[in-house]
Design a protein around this ligand. Structure first.
Ligand SMILES: [Zn+2]
Length: 187
C-alpha cells in the first residue's frame, strides 16, 4: 500500500517536470471493481458518434480528425477517431491498417507546421470509450516541454491566439485532404 510518506520518484527532479515545491504522493485507493462505465460506452450517449462532421477539421469514409474545443497552449492538439464505435483492440484489419497510415500522415503534417519541432501521439482510453488518438505538437526550442509531461504543459501554458490556432488547423486539414478525404475548413 502506498503511504503518504512514500518517497517521491526521480522524475520530480527532471527539468521537464512542470511543478516545483513541496509535493506528496496521494495514497492509493483500494481497487474499484467492477469498474464504472466510461463516458459514452453506448452509441446513444457517445459524444463522438453523435457529433456531426462539421465538428471536425477533416473527414473521410471511416475516420475523422478534430481539434480541441478551445485554443490549446501548444501550437496544435488534434484527435483522430474512427467513425465506428470501437476501441483500439476491436478495429477490423482495414481500419487497423488505415490507422497506421493516418498516424504517419497527421504526424508529418503537424511536424511541418512552422515552429513545431516534434509531434507526440497519445492513446488513453480511460475517459471516453470511443477510440481517440491524441496528437500534440511541441514548439521548437521548448526543451522544457520534451517528453511525457507535454500534455500537462498544454493545460499550463497560456492559449495560443485564435488566429494561429485556426491557421494551424487549416494547414493540417489541407495536408490530409491532399491524400484523400475532405477538409472541413476549406472555404
Ligand atoms: Zn462512439
Amino acid at each position: 500500500m502506498i503511504r503518504v510518506d512514500t518517497p517521491l520518484p526521480e522524475f520530480v527532479n527532471w527539468p521537464t517536470f512542470p511543478f516545483s515545491g513541496s509535493l506528496t504522493v496521494r495514497p492509493l485507493e483500494p481497487p474499484a471493481l467492477p469498474e464504472p462505465p466510461r463516458d459514452g460506452e453506448e452509441i446513444a450517449n457517445c459524444r463522438a458518434c453523435q457529433a456531426h462532421d462539421d465538428a471536425y477539421i477533416w473527414v473521410d469514409e471511416r475516420w475523422r480528425v478534430k481539434a480541441t474545443d478551445q485554443p490549446p497552449g501548444l501550437p496544435l492538439v488534434l484527435y483522430l477517431e474512427p467513425r465506428m464505435h470501437l476501441d483500439l483492440g476491436d478495429l477490423p484489419n482495414l481500419e487497423a491498417a488505415e490507422l497506421g497510415l493516418l498516424t504517419v500522415r497527421i504526424e508529418r503534417a503537424m511536424r511541418s507546421l512552422p515552429g513545431v519541432a516534434r509531434v507526440h501521439v497519445n492513446r488513453w482510453g480511460d475517459g471516453a470509450a470511443h477510440l481517440h488518438f491524441c496528437f500534440l505538437a511541441r514548439p521548437a526550442g521548448a526543451l522544457q516541454l520534451r517528453g511525457s509531461f507535454l500534455s500537462m504543459w498544454d493545460d499550463i501554458l497560456p492559449p495560443i491566439s485564435t488566429h494561429d490556432w485556426r491557421e494551424n488547423q487549416s494547414f493540417v486539414a489541407a495536408w490530409l485532404a491532399d491524400q484523400g478525404g475532405t477538409s472541413m475548413l476549406a472555404s
